[in-house]
Ligand binder design. Sequence first.
Ligand code: UD1
Ligand code: CA
Length: 434
Amino acid sequence: MKKENISIIILAAGKGSRMQSSKAKVLHTISGKPMLYHIIKESRKISDDVTVVVAHQKEAVREAMQNYFTDIHFAIQDAQKFPGTGGALKNVSPKNEKVLVLNGDMPLITAESLQGFLEIDADIIMSIFDLHDPNGYGRVIIKEGHVEYIVEQKDANDAELNTTTVNAGVYAFSKDIICKYIPRLSNDNAQKEYYLTDVISMAKEDGMSIIPLLVDEEHFKGVNSKKDLAVAEEIMQDRIRTKWMNAGVTMQLPSTIYIEDGVVFEGECIVENGCRITGESKIINSHIKAGSVIEESVIKNSDCGPMAHVRPLCYIEDSHIGNFVEVKKSILKGVKAGHLSYLGDAEIDEGTNIGAGTITCNYDGIKKYKTYIGKNVFIGSDSQLIAPLTIKDDVMVAAGTTVTSQEIKSGNLVLSRTKIRFVKDFYYKFFKKK
Ligand code: UD1
Ligand code: CA
C-alpha cells in the first residue's frame, strides 16, 4: 500500500500515571530518544499523514517532537470532557480511507512489523498476542475464531482475567468505522473513560469484519511502568548493537554496552565491555576500551580508555586517551593523554604529550576560558594550566608547574617550583621513634 493512502494516528495524550513521574509518559526515553520519537520515525516510513494526539503536557510533547519532525500533525484531545483512548480520537479527522491507530507507548514497533495491517482488507484489523503474564493489558475474548469484544483489566471478571490473549494496542480501521463508532462510545466503565476498545464489540454487533492479527511482544510491547521501560530498553539496545555488529563493529560482551540511537560507527571499530556511547557520537576506526563513556563526540583513528570520559562536543583524532582521562568540548589531534587528566575547552595539536594528572583550569567560578596548546609540546605530570592560556609549539612544561602566564612562546621551558628543603631527622623526632 502506498504511503499517501494511509493515515496514522498516534495516541500520546495520556498522563501515564503508572510511570510515577511528572514527565509525560511518551517523553520518557529509550536509547536516548523519547518513546514517541521512535514511533513517529517508523510511522513516517509507511505514511505521509501522521497525526499525534496530545493533551497532558501538550506543549512539551509537541516541542520535543518538532525538534525531530517538521511534517507531522497534532490534534488536541479534550481530556477533561472525553478521557480515554476513544476520547483521544474524537477530535481527529483522518485524511485517508485506511487509518492505523497506534498507542504512543509502544516504542518498539517498526515499519516492517506494521506491514500486516496494510496488506489485509477488512473493516477492522486488530493486534493480539498471547502472553504468559497478561497483567496490564486488555483481554481479547474470541469465540469460535471470531473476536467478540475487548475487556480492560479493571473491568474484567475472573474468567476474562484468565484469558491470555491480549490487545496489543494497534488497529487498522476504515475511516467509516472511526466516523461511525467514535461518537457513540460511552464511559460506562470502571475508569469512567471512553475506551477505543469498545469500538470492537459495537462493530461486531453490526456484522463488520474484524480480523485479529497475531503480533509479537518484541515489537508491540506497551510501556506503562519503569519496569516496562527497562525491558523495552533492553530489546532496543539489542537491536542497535546487532545492527552495528552486522556492520562490522567488534563488541566484547555486547550485553554490557549501551549505544544510543543517534550513534554512528565507521570503519573498523572495537568497543569493549561496559561502554556507554551517547547522543550523535561518531566513532571512526577507533578502539573504545572497557568502562569508557563517550557523549556526543567524534572519535577518529584513536583509542580511548579504559575508563575514559569523553564529554559532549569533543573532536578527537589520531590520539591516545588513557585511563581516567576526562575531556570536554575540546579538539585533540595527534595527542597523547595517557593518564588521569582533565582537558576542558582546549585545543591541542599534533605531537603533544599531556602528562599524568594535567588539569586545564578552565573555570574561575564565573566564566569558562580556553586553552590552546600547539604542536610537539611536552606537558609534565601534575601540571595546572590556568586558562585563558596559549602555549605555542615546541614548549616544555616541567612536572608540577602551575602555568599562570597567558602565553608561552615557542622553545621555552616553563617551570614553577618551590625550592626543595631537607629537615634532618624530623621523622624520628615527630614520631618519637629511635
Ligand atoms: C490500552 C488498551 C488495552 C491494551 C493496551 C496495549 C484501551 C482502553 N486499552 O490500555 O486494551 O491492551 O493499551 O498496550 O485502549 N491516551 C490518550 N488519551 C487518553 C488516554 C490514553 O491519548 O485519554 C494514550 C496514552 O498516551 C498511551 C495510549 O493512549 O500512549 C494508551 O494508553 P494507556 O493508558 O497506556 O492504555 P492501556 O491501559 O495500556
Ligand atoms: Ca499502555
